[in-house]
Design a protein around this ligand. Structure first.
Ligand SMILES: CC(C)(COP(=O)(O)OP(=O)(O)OC[C@H]1O[C@@H](n2cnc3c(N)ncnc32)[C@H](O)[C@@H]1OP(=O)(O)O)[C@@H](O)C(=O)NCCC(=O)NCCS
Length: 159
């Protein structure tokens, strides 16, 4: 199927949905910073700065006109432009991750051109995400490296 996902910038009205997604145990299990659920107030503050679009860019991916997940772009603490991705549970296992990653990156770069290669850091035990970036044609560094003190593979595109 061509372009199974469409992308649009996140808006105020997505705040609660994105909070629900941020607290998905499948995501919390693989984040680098915390495994604890994110309080609503903390999320609201983070979301407000996110919508300003000065430090990070958040896009909602839609499938058949319904929100399916997100792609987020933000420079990490190493100064690399980094992508983070999420698919809602009903949309997983349907080979939507490659378009999420690649079409999402293209969509972002059309709006915010950046000559630097895009980076993704994925924890070594996050099998679905490792497979997703590989199947999107991204290549990991040959060996894992510590990222925020946790072992992870760095994917760079184009490599
Ligand atoms: C990462 C994520 C977007 C992947 O989406 P998905 O729907 O599971 O993956 P897809 O159906 O698109 O499949 C992509 C590839 O992963 C493989 N895969 C899926 N689940 C897998 C698993 N548990 N173990 C190994 N491979 C897996 C698929 O077989 C497919 O490989 P192929 O293209 O060679 O056939 C999704 O699992 C997710 O949102 N996870 C929670 C958030 C997260 O971890 N984000 C990443 C943080 S960097």
């Amino acid at each position: 199927m061509n372009n199974p996902l469409t992308f649009r910038p996140a808006t105020d009205s997505d705040c609660r949905l994105v909070w629900t997604w941020a607290n998905d145990p499948a995501l919390l299990a693989h984040t680098f910073r915390t495994h604890e659920p994110i309080p609503w107030e903390t999320h609201q503050k983070w979301y407000k700065t996110t919508l300003l679009g000065t430090t990070r860019h958040l896009y909602i991916a839609e499938h058949d006109g319904l929100p399916a997940g997100y792609v987020r772009f933000e420079d990490n603490h190493l100064g690399e432009p980094e992508i983070s991705v999420y698919l809602a549970p009903p949309c997983r296992g349907r080979h939507l991750s490659a378009p999420l990653i690649n079409d999402g990156t293209r969509h972002h770069l059309l709006l915010h051109p950046d000559p630097r290669p895009m980076t993704a850091w994925v924890r070594i035990e996050n099998a679905p995400s490792l497979a997703a970036f590989r199947s999107a044609g991204w290549h990991p560094d040959p060996a894992p490296a510590p990222y925020l003190a946790l072992p992870a593979y760095r994917f760079v595109f184009p490599s």
